[in-house]
Every structure is written in C-alpha cells, then in structure tokens.
Design a protein around this ligand. Structure first.
Ligand SMILES: Cc1cc2nc3c(=O)[nH]c(=O)nc-3n(C[C@H](O)[C@H](O)[C@H](O)COP(=O)(O)OP(=O)(O)OC[C@H]3O[C@@H](n4cnc5c(N)ncnc54)[C@H](O)[C@@H]3O)c2cc1C
Ligand code: HEM
Length: 634
C-alpha cells in the first residue's frame, strides 16, 4: 500500500513538474505566436535592429562620411529609419501596455519604462535639433551658434546611443535571462548578443583608426575623379591659371572652387560641416591657412580651426587642376632627389619681435630674383620635423630680403643716385645669381604651441619647407591697384615692390644712358616694362615696425626722376617721416576717399594685415562702392 502510495505520489509530483515545464514551454510558444503580443515582438526585434545596429551605421556615416557628397542626407535618412518606427512602437507599447509572460528579471521593468519615456522625448528632441542643424549647415547665410548646436547634437546623440544600448540590455534581460526552459544557457546567449551590439562597432573603429577602411574610401574616390574631368572643369582651370577673374566671375559663379597650395579644387555640391557660409566666403581663395588653422575667416565669423586629415583628403580627392609652378630652388646636381628638408642656419633680429631666418639645403641653390611681375605673392609651407605639436604655417616668399639682395639694393640705389646727380657713369653693382640661404621673415606671436614662437627658439634644426605655393596676386601689367596692409602684412608685397624699384632704376638708366647701360643692370632678363600704379596704404604701430623701408623710400625718391609715378605711399603712423605722406588716423571711408578719388579707376584692392584690419577694411571699401570680386585678401 505504502509502496503503491509512494509511487503514486512520485508520479503525481513528476507530472506536476512536467506540467509546469510544459506550461512554460506552451506559454512561451503561445506568446510568440499570439497576435495580441505582436506589438511587443515588433518592439523587441525593431529596437534590436534599429538601436543595436542601424544607429551605429548612421553615426559612422556622419563621422567618417566627410568624403560623401550627401552625407547629411544619408545620416538623416538612416536616423529617421531608426527614430520613426521607434516612436511608433513606443507609443503603441505605452497605449496597449501588452506584454507576454516575461521570463527574465522583471524587477527591471520599472527602470525600462522610465528610460523608455526619456528615450522617446530625447529622440524627438534630437530629430528636431537635427533638422535645425541641417538647414543651418546648408544655408549660405552666416550662422551664429551653429558650433554650439552641433556640439549639443553630438552630446545628446551619444546619450541617446548609450541609452539605446542600455535599454536593449534591460529589455532582453527582462525577457529572457531566467527562461527556465533553456536553463542557464540562455544567459550566455544573452551576453553574446549584447556583446555583439557593442563589439562590431569597436572592431570597426579599430580598423578605421588603423587607416584600413579609410584608405579603401580614398583610393576609389581618387581613381574615379581622374577619369571624369569635364570640359567645364578644364575651362575653369584654364581661367584660374590665367587669372581671368571676370570670366570666372561671369561663367562659374555657382562653382565652389578653392586653391589648396598649388592645387585647384572643385567642391561644388559639398557642404561644409561648420556651415556652408564658410565655403561661400572661402570660395575662389587659397585655403591652406584655414585648413591648418593658421587663420580664421577675416570677418571674424569663424575662428582658427586646425582640420583633420579627412579635410585634406576631401580636398585632394577633388583636384581638377594645378597652378603653374614657379621654382626658387635649383638642384645643384642632376640627380638630386627631391628634398624638402632645410636646416635653419641663421636667425638675425630685425626688430623687437621680428627676425630674418636663413635656411640651407646642400642639394639646392636659391635664385636671387624672379623675372616677371606674376611670380610674386607666393608663400612657403613650413613645419617643424622635431615638434609634432607645432602646427604647419605659411610664410611669404621674400627673396628681396636675403642679405645679398639687401646689400645689392643699397649699392644699386647709391649707384643710381650718383649717376643722376653727377650725370656720369659709375661702377655698375652686380647682383649675385644665387642666394646662400632661403630667406623668411617671421614675427613672433605669443600663443600656445604656436609655430612662430617655436622657430624663434629653435635654430640649427631641420624644417620641412614646401612651395612656393599659392595663386599670384593677379597684379596686372598696367592700370591702377590699391594695397592696404598693416605690420607684417607688407611682407607679401616686398618682392613686388623690390621689382618695381629695379624697374624704376632700369628706366632711369635707360633714359639717361641708353639700352646698353640699362641692360647691364638687368643680367637676369627681368621684364622691367611694367606700367602699373600702386597706391600703398601701410599701417604701422611705430617706426620699428616699418620693415621694407629700404625698398619703399628709394621708390618714392627715385621715381621723381621719371615722368610717371609707380607707387603712391601713405603710411599710417604717429610719427612724421620726411618726404613721405603720413596720416595718424584709422583707415576710414573719408580717408580712402581723400587719397583715392574716383574709386572705379582701380582694378584691385589687395588687403593684408592684422585680424582687426582684415575685418574692417573690406566693409569700408564696399561702402565706397567697390565690388566684392575686386577685393582680395592676400
Ligand atoms: C600666405 C601667408 C603668408 C604669411 N607670411 C608670413 C610671413 O612672411 N611672416 C610672418 O611672420 N607671418 C606670416 N604669416 C602668418 C603666419 O602664417 C602665422 O599665422 C603666424 O606666424 C602665427 O602663427 P603661430 O602658429 O605662431 O600662432 P598661432 O598659434 O596661430 O596664433 C597666432 C595668434 O596671433 C593672432 N594673429 C595672427 N596674425 C596676426 C597679425 N597679423 N596681427 C596680430 N595678431 C595676429 C591670431 O589671432 C592668434 O591669436 C603668413 C600667413 C599666410 C596665410
Ligand atoms: C576652405 C576649405 C575648407 C575645407 C575643405 C574644410 C573642411 C572641413 C571638414 C572636412 C570638416 C570636418 C571635420 C574635419 O575633418 O576636421 C571641417 C570642420 C570644420 N571647419 Fe572647415 N573646411 C574649410 C574651411 C574652413 C574655414 C575657412 C573655417 C573657419 C575659419 C573652418 C572651420 C571649421 C570648423 C569650426 C569645423 C568644425 C565643424 C563642426 O564639426 O562643428 N573650415 N571643415
């Protein structure tokens, strides 16, 4: 009896267990197939795909898709695909509240719902923010606070991203972690799935940072571009090379073209991540100063920003042509390997803050004189090879300030003064053909990790120097132009002014003693036939800051011996300078009116000076009726 009773009891208990197991199984199976939980399962699977995988793709497109023309649109579409269904399923979940038997840790249900509500509010906010930023970026109007808006979008974006991942974890943990039917194995599969939704992104990141994914991107793009240069692009390149400003203005107004060192770039159709107004203002200009963060926009609407290598790749991928190279360094031996490494051999103080820097490279000799007016206004790009912290910066090519040229100029001026006063021939000074050193003049600015400060304190070091780069000033051979500069802003014009001084000397010699004597002053066949008139406004804080006076003052003195004026010099300074027109007031409309007269007589207005001057002078000129395309920053 007892044995039978025991047996029945055991059978009953085991039936109970079987029934219990069955009921889990049946419940689970039923729940899965049950129409009334369809919203729950849609919510579960949709969220896994959207916030586990898709959202990463959306972020990747935005972070690394700089090279894609429609990156903003692609990012917006992907994020909308993640956000819209999420909003719908969340709302349905809130309304229906229908969940099947949860076989996990149900204590988390409260947290899961709170995060759900916050998440819903955040994604709606983020979508609205995204739309505002999209219009801000794509607008050509100057944008204020766009950087802050973008930063907020990034912060909220990553908050949502992390919440999404955490929320997925909670959801799956609640649903499956303790599912008895699968026993302990299920918690392992839960962790595997959970790890996957983070891991694939981390793996992607590692490959990307190593440059493997990045190089696939760039190689393909470059190949495509080489094969697809259009007729229109060739025409634009031709106009830019020949400096046909009005043709470019008339025919290519809608093109977004830029110059990066010596490359001509077409970025039409791309949007600048900091706001399209930035490219509208940089359009048609040399932009390496912006890319390496040397300068902000002159009107103060965008600050200095050192760009990533993505920005440089973007530019390199859209090269449509190159500017004609000019050479300053001639290889000494036939088989010289192209070397851009120069030793800083000399530093000589010119004033308190500014010094002459002389660089040597045993493979090259440096020419002492450019021969046409179109070679001037170029710059070198220089970088410290020792300090990776200091940025790449641009410095003007000023061969006229090399010690040999300074000495020669002094002799030349003395010579011509002697012959015009004595009316007799004198010993003709000789200009050396090659310079000992590549000369730069650099003012020291105090800034954290600044290049100018670094180089002032690091003589006998090797620097990488490339160039000369950049478009010419576009100085016409005849006609009137205006130069407005301040402080070191005179540097880009010194070689040109030196050329004009030599033109004056040549023409005096030609008038007085004929072509033979004049030509002996021109051993390098320079084209001293220019017919240009420059009105030069030069602002300096004090006499010390007036660099280049050994070129400027002789021009003013010597041109009196000719029947035409080449340069009208107006110096803005407190002190009086004998024989020179000076003013002691800020540049203003009244002042320019007084000195310039009919503004339409002038073909170009070239501006180069400290930030404050670059911001104010163009506005004054525009107020006077000068058209935008005639105003150029150097
Ligand atoms: C085409 C080109 C040619 C140049 N040629 C020369 C040259 O021949 N000699 C030369 O000394 N510099 C020249 N510059 C400027 C030079 O490239 C650097 O911008 C400068 O040396 C400062 O760099 P940094 O790294 O030392 O300072 P950064 O760390 O860049 O900081 C410089 C600080 O000084 C301010 N600043 C920059 N320029 C001026 C200015 N003109 N007046 C007042 N404040 C200013 C900036 O706003 C910033 O706060 C040239 C720039 C360009 C684009
Ligand atoms: C004209 C050529 C320019 C190109 C090709 C260019 C390209 C880019 C690219 C690709 C980025 C994305 C981030 C990066 O890769 O660094 C970027 C960001 C940025 N650029 Fe430029 N840029 C140019 C000019 C300028 C100028 C003139 C300024 C202002 C002085 C500027 C300011 C910024 C800022 C502030 C950002 C950050 C935007 C953000 O992410 O919020 N850029 N630029």
């Amino acid at each position: 009896e007892t044995i039978k009773g025991e047996h029945l009891k055991k059978q009953f208990l085991s039936n109970q267990i079987i029934n219990q197991q069955d009921s889990y199984d049946v419940n689970y199976q039923e729940d899965q197939n049950n129409d009334k939980y369809v919203l729950f399962y849609f919510h579960q699977y949709a969220n896994f795909v959207l916030w586990g995988i898709l959202v990463d793709i959306g972020i990747i497109v935005n972070r690394y898709g700089i090279l894609l023309k429609n990156k903003i649109e692609i990012h917006a579409i992907i994020m909308s695909i993640a956000v819209l269904p999420s909003i719908i399923v969340e709302l349905f979940m809130i309304i229906s509240g229908n969940t099947p038997n949860l076989n996990g840790n149900q204590n988390l249900q409260g947290v899961h719902s709170i995060i759900g509500y916050i998440f819903l509010a955040f994604i709606i906010l983020q979508t609205i923010g995204g739309i505002i930023i999209k219009f801000g970026i794509q607008s050509v109007k100057t944008q204020t606070h766009l950087k802050i808006k973008s930063l907020l979008h990034i912060i909220l974006g990553y908050t949502i991203y992390l919440l999404g991942k955490i929320q997925l974890g909670f959801g799956y943990y609640m649903t499956y972690a303790d599912l008895k039917y699968y026993g302990k194995g299920d918690i392992i599969s839960f962790w595997c799935v959970y790890a996957f939704i983070f891991l694939w992104r981390i793996i992607f990141e590692i490959f990307y940072q190593k440059g493997q994914i990045y190089s696939i991107f760039t190689k393909n793009d470059r190949k495509q571009k080489e094969h697809s240069k259009t007729l229109q692009e060739s025409l634009l390149v031709q106009y830019i090379e020949q400096n046909e400003q009005s043709q470019i203005y008339n025919e290519f107004q809608s093109k977004l073209w830029l110059i990066f060192n010596n490359e001509i770039i077409d970025l039409t159709g791309f949007f600048h991540p900091g706001g399209q107004y930035i490219w509208e203002k940089a359009k048609g200009r040399e932009v390496s100063r912006f890319i390496y963060g040397g300068c902000g926009l002159e009107d103060g609407t965008a600050q200095q920003y050192p760009h990533s290598k993505n920005a440089i790749t973007l530019l390199k991928n859209h090269v449509i042509g190159s500017l004609n190279n000019i050479t300053f360094a001639i290889p000494i031996h036939e088989n010289t390997i192209n070397s851009t490494q120069w030793n800083l051999a000399t530093i000589t103080k010119l004033n308190d803050k500014t010094s002459y820097f002389g660089f040597t490279n045993s493979q090259y000799q440096i020419i002492s004189q450019f021969t046409t007016i179109h070679s001037f206004g170029k710059y070198f790009q220089i970088q410290s090879l020792k300090s990776t912290k200091t940025p790449i910066r641009q410095y003007t090519c000023i061969i006229s300030m090399a010690p040999e040229n300074v000495a020669y100029r002094k002799e030349l001026v003395q010579y011509i003064e002697t012959i015009v006063t004595t009316q007799q021939q004198a010993k003709i000074p000789q200009q050396t053909k090659y310079l000992q050193e590549l000369p730069l003049i650099i003012k020291c600015y105090e800034s954290k990790n600044g290049f100018s400060q670094y180089i002032h304190n690091h003589k006998d070091e090797i620097y990488d120097i490339q160039g000369p780069y950049g478009p010419p000033h576009g100085i016409p051979n005849r006609g009137k132009i205006v130069i407005i500069c301040g402080g070191t802003g005179i540097f880009p014009f010194l070689d040109l002014l030196d050329f004009i001084l030599k033109t004056i000397v040549y023409q005096i010699a030609l008038n007085k003693f004929g072509k033979q004597i004049a030509d002996s002053l021109n051993p390098f066949d320079c084209q001293y036939n220019t017919n240009i008139h420059i009105t030069l406004f030069f602002a300096a804080a004090n006499k010390q800051e007036l660099l280049g006076t050994d070129i400027l003052f002789p021009i003013i003195q010597l041109q009196k011996f000719l029947d035409k004026e080449f340069v009208r010099l107006i110096i803005k300074i407190k002190d009086k300078i004998e024989g020179i027109e000076t003013v002691d007031e800020r540049f203003s409309k009244g002042m320019f009116d007084k000195f310039l007269g009919k503004i339409l007589d002038y073909q170009r207005f070239l501006i180069c000076g400290p930030p404050q001057m670059q911001a104010s002078v163009p506005n004054i000129l525009k107020e006077m009726g000068v058209q935008n395309q005639h105003i150029h920053f150097i």
